[in-house]
Design a protein around this ligand. Structure first.
Ligand SMILES: [Zn+2]
Length: 473
């Protein structure tokens, strides 16, 4: 793998994934079942009471995934084509690392866990039936249809807006707007069947143990990546999205990463948890034992938890667990509170995990990279600069890496070269990533991923090859 070109950070999910998860969140929410089955399970409330915030969430999620119009296999083919046509002139197909995302807890305040007194764990907490959704019963069918139409109405305008762009047109050259509506209808139809019903459970579902909470969009995308990996074993190395609040997540990592098609683990703390969440410790243990790489979102912005307050927990290296409350009113947004690289010290300074293969995705983000690159000679590093903090961790820990995915703007190649010349460790640990398809939102790319590859022509070749190969093991 050492001479092959690697995109260590991309995504092959699409808007159907986001829509399925939104239906899952919304339908459970109006039944007081979100994110787990409630002891006080209420009677079915009318669709009329769908709270306005739920519709707002649906529109927000739709806009975040607006650039994501291809099916996973189409994403893969498109990215390969763009790389081939770029000025890079790579001889062999690009190795891609598609990262899953888990958006199910976007709306979770942590109250259920508080009420239960313990965080859900492998076999604990909610009853079996709560974990996996079943079919929509006949008596609920009308209510569900009405609910699904409301959610669909929140998504459709986003498609319409996107339809005028070149990238959308190329992805959907042969399709009409009505077909896109049909994609959502298909999600609705699949939702009604439910994946827990015997006979219709998907490949992923059949392999996933019943003690793992599998929501529909998450489960379907997992299966799509399994399939894509099977068809392209050399060039698709997917990472499993891990959220410590998903019941049975350790079990899922064992099955899908240790023994399955997934190469690594993806964490996204701004959705509402710290790297020191107690349920992540068993995952880190597996990662160290089996040499599994971990990629963690580390920049400002991105998709943030939609809750203003979140109750969660943090575990210290001596095993003590303390309650933690995030409160937006205190001045920090969820990205600053949860994604700060300093939050990893407790893990990396723990001798058990100091060898963890850890990639700080986005290298702190464009703004921090730019600030560090352009500071005056002799000026001390700003302690709050995340890029500087990550470099500090690279210097202390042998397997700490970073990728500069989602840095589409002019001047970023220069900035990265400047930093790499100043800090030798960066030349050995920094990696190229596109953040396709999230990055397609950026107008500077004029809807063509080829422009992203072109803008990094001349980058240190190690960042495309040896560094990611070493990170991936
Ligand atoms: Zn990303």
């Amino acid at each position: 793998m050492r001479n092959r070109t690697i995109d260590v950070h991309c995504h092959f999910f699409n808007i159907s994934f986001a829509f399925a998860e939104m239906l899952e969140i919304g339908w459970r929410w109006i039944h007081s079942d979100y994110p787990y089955t409630s002891d006080e399970r209420g009677l079915l409330k009318g669709v009329g009471i769908i709270p306005p915030e739920l519709k707002k969430v649906a529109r927000y999620v739709a806009s975040y995934f607006a650039s994501v119009v291809r099916k996973p296999g189409e994403h893969y083919t498109y990215e390969q084509g763009c790389c081939q046509q770029s000025q890079w002139h790579v001889a062999q197909p690009l190795i891609t690392v598609p990262l899953m995302m888990d958006i199910f807890f976007l709306f979770d305040k942590g109250e259920m866990e508080q009420r239960r007194g313990v965080m859900p764990s492998l076999h604990g907490g909610a009853g079996k039936d709560a974990l996996n959704a079943t079919t929509i019963s006949e008596e609920n069918a009308d209510a569900f249809d009405a609910f699904a139409q409301i959610m669909k109405t929140a998504f459709i305008p986003v498609y319409k807006k996107r339809a005028s762009t070149k990238e959308f047109a190329s992805a959907f050259s042969a399709k009409k707007m009505t077909d896109i509506g049909c994609d959502l209808d298909q999600v609705i139809a699949e939702f009604k069947v439910g994946h827990a019903k015997e006979g219709v459970r998907s490949v992923a579902q059949r392999s996933v143990k019943r003690s793992v909470q599998m929501t529909r969009g998450y489960s379907k995308h997992l299966e799509e990546l399994q399939e894509l990996q099977r068809d392209n074993p050399e060039t698709v190395l997917p990472f499993l999205a891990v959220d410590p609040r998903r019941i049975g997540i350790e079990e899922l990592v064992r099955e899908q990463v240790v023994d399955g098609a997934f190469k690594g683990v993806k964490l996204y703390p701004p959705l509402g948890y710290l790297p020191t969440h107690p349920n992540l410790y068993p995952i880190y243990r597996l990662c160290v034992k089996h040499n599994i790489p971990v990629t963690v979102h580390t920049s400002k912005g991105g998709l943030l938890s939609l809750c203003d307050t979140i109750k969660t927990r943090s575990q210290k290296r001596d095993g003590t667990v303390v309650p933690v409350t995030f409160d937006k009113k205190l001045g920090k947004t969820a990205d600053l509170f949860f994604a700060n690289p300093a939050g990893w010290l407790e893990i990396l300074e723990n001798s058990e995990f100091s060898g963890l293969h850890l990639n700080f995705a986005h290298f702190g983000g464009e703004e921090h990279i730019g600030n560090l690159a352009n500071q005056k000679p002799g000026e001390p590093d700003h302690p709050e600069n995340w890029t500087g903090q990550i470099i500090g961790l690279m210097e202390r820990f042998r397997n700490v890496y970073a990728d500069f995915a989602y840095c589409p703007n002019n001047g970023m190649l220069d900035n990265i070269m400047k930093i790499a010349k100043r800090y030798p460790v960066v030349q050995q640990r920094l990696m190229f990533g596109t953040d396709y398809n999230m990055v397609m939102k950026e107008s500077v790319l004029v809807d063509d991923l080829k422009n992203y590859f072109d803008s990094y022509t001349g980058i240190f070749p190690e960042m495309l090859t040896v560094n990611p190969a070493a990170f991936l093991g």
